[in-house]
Design a protein around this ligand. Sequence first.
Ligand SMILES: C[S@@+](CC[C@H](N)C(=O)[O-])C[C@H]1O[C@@H](n2cnc3c(N)ncnc32)[C@H](O)[C@@H]1O
Length: 285
Amino acid sequence: MQPEQITIAQALKQAIKQLSDIPDTIPRLEAEILLSSLLDKPRTYLMAWPEKELTLEQLDSFQAMIERRATHEPIAYITGCREFWSLNLEVTPDTLIPRPETEILVEMALEHIPKNKSMNIADLGTGSGAIAAAIASERPRCNIVATDFSPDTLRVAQRNFRRLGLGNIKTSLGEWCHALPPEELFDIIISNPPYVAEGDGHLAHDGLPWEPQRALRSGDDGLDDISRIILDVPDHMASGGWLFLEHGFDQGDRVKSLMNKAGFTAIHTSLDLSGHDRVTTGRKQ
Ligand SMILES: C[S@@+](CC[C@H](N)C(=O)[O-])C[C@H]1O[C@@H](n2cnc3c(N)ncnc32)[C@H](O)[C@@H]1O
C-alpha cells in the first residue's frame, strides 16, 4: 500500500507537536526554519502553500532534522548555515556558530577603517570567517589575513570567502601570531578568541557541547588565549595600529589590565546590547 502523502501544514503540525515536549525549543519557529531550509524556500512559502504535498524523501529528511533538534543540536548545524552581518555563512561542527554580539566587534573595527584607505587587517581565529568576511565586504580596498589553527575550520572559512566572492582575504594556518606573515605589519588586528574558563557551567548549556571545544575553552580563568595574543601582537602591528578583542562579560577589567601591561594606550571596553563588557580596544604606540 502506498504511504499517505503529507502536506506542508500537516508536517509542520506533527513537528511542532514533537518539539513541544522538548524543553528550550521554540517549536513553531524552529519547525518552520528547518522545513524552509530543507525546501530552500523562505518561511513565507510555508504559509502561502500549506496544502502542498511533501515527497517521501522530503518528509524523511524533515523528520531526521526534527529528531536532531530534539537532541538540542543547534539549528545552525542542522541547516548548515547562519547569517552574520547579513552574509549567509556555511557553518559546520568544525566552526563556532557566529554570535550576534560579535557584530559589535566588527562595528568597532569599522569605525577605525576609513572607507577609502587600504589597510592591513588580521582576523585571528577566524572560525567560519565571519569577522573577516564582514570587514572585507564593507572595506574591499583592505587586505585581510584570516587565520585559524584548525585545518578543518580554515577550510570552511575558505569556502565562505570563495562563495561570497571576497577576493581580498588570504587565509593562513597556525597558532595565533605564528600564522601571520613575519614581514607584514598590521594596522588592525581583530580576534574573538576562546575565552570560557574550564569548569564554567555555561559549557553544558545553550548548545555549547555541540560546538568545537577548542573554540570555547581557554584555561582556568578563560584568559590563556587572550593573554597570549596581547603579548604577541605588538610585534606584528604598525605603530598607531589598533587591537580589538572580544571577551567574556566579566573579563573587561582583566583584559584592560593585560593591554596596559603590554604597553597599549587609549584602552577602552565597550558593552554589548545586554550592557555587559564585551570588546576591549587598545592602540599600539
Ligand atoms: C570563539 S571562536 C571564533 C570564531 C570566529 N572568529 C567567530 O567570531 O565566529 C575561536 C576560534 O579560534 C580558533 N583557535 C583556538 N585556539 C587557537 C590557537 N591557539 N591559534 C589559532 N586559532 C585558534 C578556533 O579554532 C576558533 O575557530
